[in-house]
Write a protein that binds this ligand. Structure first.
Ligand code: SAM
Length: 241
């Protein structure tokens, strides 16, 4: 999979060279390219923002600068005829969840557009939805809070989707029964324990030492259900992930 990210802070994406995603890049299952938006700003100050039409606080990111940067990325497809899926992190978007991560992981080419200030000029999403080289433009919100910029949201989304790319996780089965996964009926995961079996005054639940796989599976399901009731009752009502 090819991932392009356009940003005014290319260094912000350097964690993608680490851990799971970094290893996937080294192994060739992911090709991550980070582009500096300011290379497409041609005035003396390399301006990427301007004041909002209609007034109000803050600045809006300029469509002409973003348009040139996105067109430059789209002109270099990973393969002849490949079409890109554009991803815009924004509070004004669909919730980014397990299903969204899995959906993005199935694409061959993702282009992320993390903004700063008050966000992108709204015509960017509208324009690229009409372009033949683009399959879709997804606007995703990673949580009900406002970040200073979209780069942290891109890190979150890339790490979440990378787990669904075959071969990226050491144990591919773990995506099947992690929290939110359909294999776990969309519930939260059960608590986990490791050696030593006795730590300070706390011991591991006896069932996990029993070797009885059916009992362990039933216990984990009950614990996952209880955690979901406690922390995320919205998932039980089908309103969450
Ligand atoms: N004016 C925007 C609003 O009220 O919805 C907030 C803009 S925010 C300060 C700047 C940028 O950070 C956004 O354009 C987006 O790229 C990113 N961002 C902030 N919060 C986010 C969230 N919860 N999910 C995804 N991206 C977010």
């Amino acid at each position: 999979m090819r991932i392009d990210i356009i940003t005014i802070f290319p260094e912000y994406l350097s964690p993608l060279a680490l851990s799971l995603v970094g290893k996937a890049c080294e192994a060739g299952s992911l090709d991550v390219r980070v582009h500096d938006l300011r290379e497409h700003a041609h005035d003396r100050h390399r301006t990427v923002d301007d004041s909002p039409f209609g007034g109000g606080p803050g600045m809006v990111m300029k469509p002409d600068v973003w348009g040139e940067a996105i067109d430059a990325v789209l002109s270099q497809p990973p393969a002849a005829g490949a079409r890109a899926t554009l991803v815009v992190p924004t509070p004004v978007g669909h919730r980014f969840n397990h299903a969204a991560a899995e959906g993005l992981a199935a694409q061959e080419w993702l282009v992320f557009l993390p903004a700063r200030y008050e966000g992108l000029d709204a015509r960017i999403a509208a324009h690229y939805r009409t372009r033949a080289e683009v399959t879709a433009v997804h606007e995703y919100c990673i949580g009900d809070y406002v970040l200073a910029g979209g780069e942290a949201a891109v890190l979150v989304m890339v790490e979440a989707l990378a787990r669904f790319i075959p071969g990226v996780l050491g144990n591919d089965e773990s995506v099947l029964d992690d929290s939110f996964a359909p294999g776990a009926d969309g519930l939260l995961a059960a608590p986990a324990y490791t050696r030593p079996a006795q730590w300070r005054d706390l011991s591991v639940p006896e069932v996990l030492l029993s070797g009885d796989h059916a009992r362990i599976a039933a216990w984990r399901r009950e614990q996952g259900l209880q955690a979901t009731r406690d922390y995320r009752p919205d998932l039980l009502r089908g309103e969450g992930s």
